[in-house]
Design a protein around this ligand. Sequence first.
Ligand code: TRP
Length: 339
Amino acid sequence: MLLFSTSLMETVLSGIRPTGNLHLGNYFGALSNFIQMQHEYNCYFFIADYHSLTTHPTPSNLHGNVRQVLAEYLAAGLDPEKATIYIQSDVPEVIELYLYLNMNAYLGELERSTSFKDKIRQQPDNVNAGLLTYPTLMAADILIHRANKVPVGKDQEQHLELTRTFGNRFNRLYQTDYFPEPQAFNYGKQLIKIPGLNGSGKMGKSEGEGNAIYLADEPEAIRKKVMKAVTDSGPTTPNQEKPAAIQNLFQLMTVVSSADTIRYFEDKYNTCEIRYGDMKKQLAEDMIRFIAPFNEKIKSLKSDSAYLSKVANRGKEKAKESASKTIKDIREIIGIRSI
Ligand code: TRP
């Protein structure tokens, strides 16, 4: 059996689609976790620009989005001194692993993936091979650094399952234990749920115009969105239970407002004296105060191309070091050698 070195500290890895515009829900749902993990694990966070080619973005959109996402993640607190932050296409070793994994990924299992079925429905005129093999590319992203822990949402669990299938299949085929089994990972604590502004469920990009507050939002945009948030005609009996839309506004206040402010509006609600206009004005101002430092940081990072390049280059170097080592080992295992 060939022997390969493994590092002692566990490796955490996650990919971020370069769609730009992080909102408060992303911040509390995913990013705050990444920020904590970077102090405790060997972390890789990358911007998945190859992945986004499956939907055919224009070159300038793609490039602009990659820069935007990098600036937003740095502004939110990812630290290039702690984590390896890189752009996927800066590490083309991942494509070589993608090719090897594709040789043992079967049409049936790829076609059964829920995300593939969704995409067929969304873009019936562009069912390309990249869409079909999205899970093998994602598996290559994870396995290239032999990651153990992958912080992702529920929607990605099936991809992670396929990653384990491909890694285990490779191990079995070549009688090795080279690839560890990556597991979904989030801290045990209850994640703070961030509701949207339109009275429905969670904050999200696809939940309609005005539902989400972005870290890059300007004060005026925040004011407009908050003032338009869905409410009702107000409570009619004291201590009445709050309908979902009102509960959402209070929940948003718990993230950005002081305890005194929340108590004040709770009391007003419970005595049926609440004026939603006043509550929304207060929420908007507190939200603006919370978002402003992010907004300023994003703007200043975006205008500092030299710094962004430096961060990307540093990440590229570190990621390539680990990726090229994996490729060297894998070539050895598979029997790809020059004569
Ligand atoms: N598929 C993920 C998403 O849509 C992004 C992603 C690509 C990813 N490669 C990854 C996530 C590797 C975790 C690990 O959000």
